[in-house]
Design a protein around this ligand. Structure first.
Ligand code: FAD
Length: 375
């Protein structure tokens, strides 16, 4: 007979899978459920014509945490992919985040001093600068604002930057060097064989059972009885039946095509112009450093989030932060642990979610073994 369950984990994404593994390795018996038909959450990838396609948007792993890197490296080898950001605006391409390559492409400047002098001449200081548009223009001028911020932000968040509070853009990172890598992190790469294989390995343990196509809300009462504790990584407002109102999210629509050849010579090209309806085009084979003839590309279209669509990005403005805070207080008293991007309503990258899951596991399992050791 199977041992009784210690945990039901709702969501087989990064949080749920990392937590499940740590729990199993601490001797806990866990059931992981996911309402989707597959594991790996938004990191899910699957092969198309021999190319691993990131189904929920492009995922690049990067971290400065040796612990997170070493933990995940037990379940995958990472390749040496290093991301370089590219922004297409009208017929031109620019390096991003802004660095000397970008400013050379735009203005022909060749040294940090030339670049700084040119930037000083285009800044348009604004007395108030309390919205994103005015603030960015006051920092880098109209031309850089148009290329990198105006269209992209309008498409991504469905709002004109002039209507967004300046406080959401804490700083505009400008590198005064020719370093055009997107991330500075010490550890970076893409799982060899794909993200899904890494998750299969994470969840491959005698004390972990996984069931997909299972919605927590369809079995809520039954699940509460079968395990001592629930770990929940879905939407926190949905968990509490939206009693304080719905939190806002942004959604995405993906359009994927199979072609031959090399479409754009890079894994991701962002599109800055407002009249191009998509925000980026992903060419998946470049993540795996493949040079094969077939290619698969995905156009990414930001969308309004509506019931039934996927909630990708929390909209962390003042109103939503206040609503979330009410749910968070309620969650402190609930017999459930909340984690991950939707469970804590935070725009987290993968390494942050993995770190959050490891920290929660430390608190639960190491604290108890300390108690046991002391007793
Ligand atoms: P998820 O991956 O969303 O997993 C939660 C799971 O819970 C889902 O599978 C969902 O189906 C399931 N679930 C929800 N409700 C229920 C329910 N009621 N019953 C059963 N199951 C349920 N991070 C990076 O580090 N680098 C990147 O390049 C990067 N790019 C990204 C691009 C896009 C387009 C997006 C959207 C995110 C990106 N991220 C990136 C962030 C990354 O996807 C997240 O940090 C990470 O996947 C979050 O893991 P999670 O477990 O919190 O959530």
């Amino acid at each position: 007979m199977r041992r009784p369950l210690d945990y039901v984990i709702v969501g087989a994404g990064m949080f749920g899978s990392v937590f499940a593994r740590r729990a199993a390795e601490a001797g806990r018996n866990v059931l992981v459920i996911d309402r989707r038909s597959h594991i790996a959450g938004n990191c899910y990838s699957e092969p198309v014509s021999g190319i691993e396609v990131h189904r929920y948007g492009p995922h690049i792993f990067h971290t400065n945490s040796p612990r997170v890197w070493e933990f995940l490296s037990r379940f995958t080898e990472f390749n040496h992919y290093r991301h370089r950001g590219l922004v297409r605006y009208d017929q031109r391409l620019f390096s991003f985040p802004i660095n000397l390559c970008t400013l050379h492409q735009l203005w022909g400047v060749k040294t940090p001093a030339e670049a700084q002098a040119k930037l000083d001449s285009v800044r348009q200081p604004h007395a108030a600068a309390d919205n994103v548009r005015d603030w960015v223009v006051s920092q880098v001028g109209e031309e850089l604002y148009d290329i990198f911020v105006r269209g992209y932000t309008t498409k991504q968040w469905g709002r004109d930057p002039a209507e967004l509070p300046a406080a959401i853009v804490r700083r505009i990172p400008i590198r005064w060097t020719w370093n055009d890598f997107y991330f500075d992190d010490a550890f970076q790469g893409i799982p060899v064989g794909g993200y899904t294989r890494m998750f299969e390995n994470l969840l491959d343990h005698d004390l972990i059972r996984v069931e997909t196509d299972v919605d927590f809300f369809a079995y809520r009462k039954e699940l509460a009885k079968v395990a001592a504790l629930t770990v929940y990584t879905g939407k926190i407002d949905e968990y509490f039946d939206y009693r304080f109102g719905e939190l806002e999210y942004r959604s995405l629509r993906f359009e994927t095509k199979s072609l031959t050849g090399d479409f754009q010579g890079a894994a991701i090209v962002n599109y800055g112009a407002a009249d191009v309806p998509y925000t980026r085009v992903v060419e998946h084979k470049h993540f795996a450093l493949q040079t094969c003839e077939p290619t698969v590309i995905t156009y990414e279209y930001p969308q309004k989030y509506t019931a039934g669509s996927e909630a990708y990005y929390p909209v962390r403005d003042e109103r939503n932060a206040a609503i979330y805070e009410r749910y968070r207080k309620l969650s402190d008293a609930a017999p459930v642990l909340f984690g991950g991007r939707l469970g804590t309503y935070q725009y987290y990258d993968m390494h942050q979610v993995a770190g959050q899951a490891l920290a929660m596991a430390d608190r639960l399992f190491e604290a108890r073994s300390e108690v046991r050791r002391a007793a």
